[in-house]
Design a protein around this ligand. Structure first.
Ligand code: ZN
Length: 258
């Protein structure tokens, strides 16, 4: 089994309070900032990017602090986005798929029902429509007609040592990624768990597509790894504290997960 190195690239952040991050709020409502990441798994043979983040323009419009283009962070560790052929999109929310055109050689791995949802009857309803950028979804529709989408329905090994697993809950076809590393399997949970607290305290995040499905997604991710310290949440600033910098000069920019 090939072993991958796994990195988290932090590209944006925002101030927030804990009440925003839990379904039903949080009685303490303390400051709880949110970071934004993309991830990459690298072996001697393959490079797989997981999500592509949002652009500086979208950050300005949505009031997020854009720290760097995610592709700049990837270049810091030797990943050239022009040559990346495999990109997993965990789901289609704006903060995960905003730089698709910066990966011109990529095939994008998506779950059937995630594409179906965002091209279907509920996508334009008030609750959902602000979660995506219409141009991103249109871009993916075009990519599909170019044969550049790889559809998955559920769980699938996409390369030796890399599997995707449909988890749902937060979005219709949200998927987590399990990667084999030298220290065992790591699950890039993406927004199955925005924060460690969501999954460790069994407290769903506030943005919900299917609430029972979100609890099921917690169970799924737990079942995919033997140990909670192998789960990497999608938006938790603690990721940059719990894992070392990929290089001394990349502290706060790129963490090495495994
Ligand atoms: Zn997200």
């Amino acid at each position: 089994m090939p072993a991958y190195e796994v990195y988290a690239v932090r590209y944006a952040t925002r101030e927030a309070r804990s009440g925003e991050h839990f379904h039903g709020g949080d009685p303490h409502n303390v400051p709880m900032p949110m970071d934004y990441f993309v991830w990459v798994a690298v072996s001697s043979e393959h490079t797989v990017v997981i999500d592509v983040g949002f652009s500086a323009e979208v950050a300005r419009r949505r009031g997020r602090e854009h720290l760097r283009c995610p592709t700049e962070g990837l270049r810091e560790i030797g990943v050239d986005p022009d040559n990346v052929s495999n990109v997993v999109l965990t789901h289609l929310h704006y903060d995960h798929i905003g730089n698709l055109e910066k990966f011109p050689a990529a095939t994008f791995v998506v779950q059937d029902i995630e594409m179906a949802f965002w091209t279907g009857r509920h996508a334009g309803r008030e609750y959902f429509r602000h979660l995506i950028e219409v141009g991103d979804v249109v871009h993916l529709v075009r990519k599909n007609f170019e044969g550049r989408l790889r559809f998955v329905d559920g769980s699938r090994k996409i390369l030796p040592g890399i599997e995707v697993h449909r988890a749902g809950g937060h979005s219709a076809g949200l998927q987590a990624v399990r990667v084999q590393t030298a220290r065992g399997p790591v699950v890039l949970a993406s927004d199955v768990a925005h924060f460690y607290a969501n999954i460790e305290e069994d407290r769903p995040f506030s943005i919900v597509s299917d609430l029972p499905g979100m609890y099921d997604a917690f169970d799924l991710v737990r079942s995919l790894v033997g140990s909670p310290d192998r789960v990497v949440p999608g938006h938790d600033p603690l990721v940059m504290e719990r894992y070392p910098a990929a290089r001394k000069d990349l502290d706060g920019v790129v963490a090495r997960i495994a």
